[in-house]
Design a protein around this ligand. Sequence first.
Ligand SMILES: *Cc1c(COP(=O)(O)O)cnc(C)c1O
Length: 373
Amino acid sequence: MKALNKKKIYLSSPHMSDEGYEMQYIQEAFDTNWIAPLGKNVTEFENELSAMLGVKSAAALSSGTAAIHMALKAAGVGAGDIVFCSSLTFAATANPIIYQNAIPVFIDSDHKTWNMDPQALEKAFEKYTPKAVIVVHLYGLAADMDKIVELCKKHNVALIEDAAESLGTLYKGKHTGTFGDYGIFSFNGNKIITTSGGGMLVSDNEERIAKVRFWSTQSRDPARHYQHSELGYNYRMSNIVAGIGRGQLKVLQKRVEKKRYIYQYYKRELENLDGVRMMPINEWNEPNCWLSCITLSGKVRPLDIMEALEAENIESRPIWKPMHMQPFYEQYDFIGDGVSDKIFENGVCLPSDTKMTDEDLDRVIEIIKGLWV
Ligand SMILES: *Cc1c(COP(=O)(O)O)cnc(C)c1O
């Protein structure tokens, strides 16, 4: 029986600012009847995010998935091209490779980072000549960027960072999403900040970003009539949605601090339990801790934790199932020794909602500890 009378604790739910910043920007859009299509909020959201990250330009889009799609297109990925992609991720990272009729090759994780293993990447380069590499910063943990950037430079291959989960994460003091040729962010409902749905593509290549804005608004050539020389998409963010984004950006740092607090709270309370390991934070990593995840090597299994929490009206979930294990992607090559398989089998994402109180955290911890007695 589910204890539905008990207060629900979410994995990661939308958290608007206490100050009501989001509504102020939306109100301004209403007052000026700038509901759609583009408008000031879109332009300012792009400017504010690029300034914060330290990149030259950004294109606000309808989703993180659309941003990955446009990054691949901007990088010149087309039919038959090979794209290397982190295997341990959400399917939205890989699906746009198929939209472009390209061929994914999945790369295993490094147990030290949970992200793309540079050694597996190096092996993949011995076997294939890809057109692009998509590296994911999972759960807000930065990948081993020095080595990955170096390998991509050496092979002269475009690097796309899927930073959908890592807005606010620093790698050696610099924002994730700004190391590659392109970086993408998501503002989906469960992300560290949300616009209800949306995404951003960032790059120092202003010409490519201008091109993405063109493709994303149906590729209308500059003519009075409707003239199209290229395939178009309807991928732009609306001015209302961008208003939410501008408001959320103001509280991003607060959300990062709370997510880190949650991680440290779990670490202090759970790390001493037999077989429990927190997700790895390396010395060069200042993660946003989007989700606090653990792996288990003892007799308590991930499902035990998920079921015990569910019975108390608390959300948790498994680690992403690697792409090379997905029925849809099984036919594609995978380079690695199955590190990501093990993280998937032994891992669990704990509730990491920024609205959680210490009492909520204690409730979660007590239930988990109860499985060890
Ligand atoms: C959420 C997410 C995406 C997709 O973003 P949407 O805005 O939902 O399209 C892509 N990659 C990763 C790793 C994600 O977590």
